[in-house]
Design a binder for this molecule. Structure first.
Ligand code: GAR
Length: 187
């Protein structure tokens, strides 16, 4: 059984969707959710499905504690699903092409430090774009600049507030992220 480790900082609806997908098909298992936010809803979501949630702080991310924890878990894939801190180089180097992230826009547009969640959707709306989408990409040492694995788009011409865009983007994420993960694990 292949092992997935998820990093998330907030609500964790994607994390939960991935956990449920693999509970249903037995091709892989989410073995842990790691979070830098002790108040994140993702903790409850993971534990509700019997997946252990591990909380760490910024210092532990920098000093190698989190990296050692990941090594103990021996993941085949590390999935960032709404993880908002810079990911440590040490883990990226130890897990070449095994760390992926989802971004709620069509990179290379609307990426970089500070571009997450509603901020991305508000910027897309301000620019009057006709469409937006999701990008699943490998993680490297720069925010949102790793090689792109998958993108999907949606029309947002009917959206007038960022929350409507967020809903459309989340739908795309729920539909595609587990499938892309499954494909990567089957190689
Ligand atoms: C998702 O839309 C994800 O694409 C985005 O945060 C949201 C997390 O939602 N990630 C970023 O913005 C990363 N730059 P969730 O916690 O409900 O899965």
């Amino acid at each position: 059984m292949k092992k997935i480790v998820i990093f998330a900082s907030g609500s964790g609806s994607n994390a939960e969707n991935i956990i449920l997908h693999f509970k249903n098909n037995q091709k892989a298992d989410v073995v842990a959710v790691l979070t830098n936010n002790a108040k994140a809803k993702v903790i409850e979501r993971a534990e509700n499905h019997g997946v252990s949630a591990i909380v760490f702080d910024k210092a532990e991310l920098a000093d190698g504690t989190v990296s050692r924890k990941v090594n103990e878990l021996q993941p085949d894939l590390i999935v960032l699903a709404g993880f908002l801190l810079m990911f440590p180089n040490e883990i990226i180097e130890n897990y070449t092409d095994k760390v992926i992230n989802i971004h709620p826009a069509l990179l290379p547009k609307y990426g970089g430090k500070g571009m997450y969640g509603m901020k991305v959707h508000q910027t897309v709306l301000d620019n009057k774009d006709a469409e937006t989408g999701i990008t699943i990409h490998y993680v490297n040492e720069k925010y949102d600049e790793g090689a792109i694995i998958f993108q999907a788009t949606t029309s947002i011409e009917d959206c007038t507030v960022p929350e409507e865009i967020a809903e459309k983007v989340h739908e795309l994420e729920y539909r595609h992220f587990p499938e892309v993960i499954e494909k990567l694990l089957s190689h």
